[in-house]
Design a protein around this ligand. Structure first.
Ligand SMILES: [Zn+2]
Length: 110
């Protein structure tokens, strides 16, 4: 009963639900690490033009944009209390942990 899912944006592996159901219906879970809300921050992302894109392309592009923002924000944590002291620097995830997470995304091809 403790299956966990990986966030495709930041690589945090403590999500409680799969991020998307059929047809990219989002879980509405908010990643405790990067703060992305699945089903909201993807289709509501207005940083790029959605017209002519498939749902998969919209989701992937919104993830890429959010990930860049999260990296530029120095891995700021959405829910600081969800992370043990040794993994964070104030309200930021330590870089070593962040790099490990980002490598996890690449490895799992999320
Ligand atoms: Zn995340």
């Amino acid at each position: 009963m403790c299956a966990r899912y990986t966030c495709p944006v930041c690589g945090y592996d403590g999500l409680e639900e799969p991020t998307y159901y059929e047809n990219f219906a989002g879980s509405n879970e908010i990643c405790a690490c990067c703060g992305f809300e699945f089903g909201v921050d993807d289709f509501d992302c207005d940083t790029f033009e959605h017209e002519g894109l498939t749902e998969r392309e919209i989701v992937e592009e919104s993830h890429r944009i959010w990930r860049e923002k999260w990296i530029n924000d120095h891995f700021e944590l959405f829910d600081v209390s969800a992370f043990p002291k040794e993994k964070k620097n104030g309200r930021f995830l330590k870089e070593a942990g962040a790099i490990k997470q980002l490598n996890r995304i690449k490895k799992e091809g999320l």
